[in-house]
Design a protein around this ligand. Structure first.
Ligand code: ATR
Length: 272
């Protein structure tokens, strides 16, 4: 029941109307008997929105495109990861102080670990945008990572984390795919379109293929990887594990990820 003690959490971004996060987090609040609600806010003016969070005492936020980097300057404190990555996807309001965290890297790592060993593995990461940076930072601590990005400069910038960064070209794709144990698509290629960042002929059976794009759930890349016989991991796992980390930061509860996935899939069907 919503009453005077109900706490408010939310997602800020633009656009946010297709997000599955409200479905997932509201289901979790209900499941764990937490008196809170989660709403999606389509924000034009980020600075005013953050002031509003403080003024209204909103308890926590998820942050999505295009604000993950812009929000840093409006926050009071940053976690070590958020500062190193330069990107925030989770905000906790601790007694009026807004603290920024980044759960994208740990979310991707946990999604991977659910299906495969990661430590010491050779990882080819495609994309050096917001999500790519966070994944590069987290995985660089336990695996060997090569990042390929369309804009080479952004891949090179990630070399500060101890990864190798190069241009996303056909030659580099071919070369590093024959080296890699795991390939991760953190570009937006394949999102609501049937393109794939990897030509099918470059895929081989013993590769683990993780796509962080979750719409469609089976991207072209994942379908072709499945046809070749690869182990495939879809982007909904990434959404769920990063969301689980956000939920834990807000509430202290480590949520049931199987439940989150069921609720997200139900929510996805309802929105079609
Ligand atoms: P996110 O927060 O989802 O990571 P982003 O920061 O906008 O989103 O990053 C998008 C990523 O997809 C970037 O790595 C981008 O490459 P650039 O850095 O060169 O822009 C990549 N990307 C987007 N469209 C692409 C395309 N058509 N071909 C290759 N890479 C693409």
């Amino acid at each position: 029941m919503i009453n005077a003690k109900t706490r408010l959490y939310g997602l800020i971004g633009k656009p946010v109307e297709h997000s599955l996060s409200p479905v997932i987090h509201n289901a979790l609040f209900k499941r764990y008997n937490i008196n809170a609600v989660y709403l999606a806010f389509d924000v034009d003016d980020l600075e005013s929105a953050v002031k509003g969070v403080k003024a209204l005492g909103i308890s926590g936020l998820n942050v999505t495109m295009p604000y993950k980097e812009q929000i840093l300057e409006f926050l009071d404190e940053l976690s070590e990861e958020a500062r190193a990555i330069g990107s925030v996807n989770t905000v906790v309001n601790r007694e009026g102080k807004l603290i920024g965290y980044n759960t994208d890297g740990i979310g991707a790592l946990k999604a991977l670990k659910r299906f495969t060993e990661v430590e010491g593995k050779r990882v080819l990461l495609l994309g050096a945008g917001g999500a790519g940076k966070a994944i590069a930072y987290t995985l660089s601590r336990l695996a060997r990572v090569v990042v390929l990005n369309r804009t080479e400069r952004k891949a090179k910038e990630l070399e500060k984390f101890g990864v190798k960064g190069e241009k996303l070209s056909k030659e580099n794709l071919k070369r590093y795919l024959s080296w890699a144990d795991i390939v991760i698509n953190a570009t937006s290629l394949g999102m609501n379109e049937d393109r794939s960042p990897i030509p099918k002929e470059f895929l081989r059976e013993n590769l683990v293929v993780f796509d962080i794009v979750y719409s469609p759930l089976e991207t072209n890349l994942l379908r072709e990887a499945r046809e070749v016989g690869c182990l495939t991991i879809d982007g909904l796992w990434m959404l769920i594990y990063q969301g689980a980390e956000s939920f834990r930061l807000w509430t202290g509860v480590k949520p049931d990820v199987e439940f989150m996935r069921r609720e997200a899939l139900k929510g996805e069907r309802r929105s079609i």
